[in-house]
Design a protein around this ligand. Structure first.
Ligand code: THU
Length: 163
């Protein structure tokens, strides 16, 4: 028997002044996207900004539905849009911003499990880590160096064939 420890590096920025200009811009774009979210049922607004290697930023936000499961999270709206419109462009970084209409979100909201799986697919596809920045409406900013850090032992396409 062997016990393994799985660890990852989490960078915690106390304020946005600590971010690089590129990170600050991407997070600002995530806030812009968040303000356009359609979340009348949860009142929980999320925005995501995807930075491509060519410098393009693709935005997404949560889109809810009266039939609740038909809605989609901000991260998947953004990354699917990037995949649909820029299929050959690598993704460098994703920023996520979350805020509620009912209380002040002061801690970063980690992406849901489905979004982690969806984002991991693109990391696997491009064979290069995607960095992720997360923030609430205020408070600290978390940065992970790879989506894989958020989804250890992830299922991926390597399991779908024996080659
Ligand atoms: N939501 C996101 O957009 N991203 C996440 O990672 C977590 C949750 C949305 C889904 C739903 O519209 C609302 O937040 C409340 O769950």
């Amino acid at each position: 028997m062997e016990k393994r420890k799985v660890q990852f590096d989490l960078t915690v920025y106390k304020i946005e002044d600590e971010l690089s200009p590129e990170e600050a811009e991407l997070l600002a774009q995530a806030v812009t996207a968040r303000k356009r979210a359609y979340a009348p049922y949860s009142d929980f607004n999320v925005g995501a900004a995807v930075l491509l290697d060519n410098g393009t930023i693709v935005l997404g936000n949560n889109q809810e539905n009266a039939s609740y499961p038909s809605g989609l999270c901000a991260e998947r709206v953004a990354i699917f849009s990037a995949g649909a419109n820029y299929p050959y462009e690598r993704i460098k970084m994703i920023a996520v911003s979350a805020a509620s209409k009912n209380y002040k979100v002061t801690e970063p909201a980690g992406p849901c499990g489905n979004c982690r799986q969806a984002m991991a697919e693109y990391e696997q596809k491009q064979k290069k880590p995607i960095q992720i920045l997360m923030r609430g409406e205020s408070g600290p900013i978390y940065k992970c160096e790879s989506i894989n850090d958020l989804l250890p032992l992830a299922f991926n396409n390597s399991f779908l064939s024996d080659s």
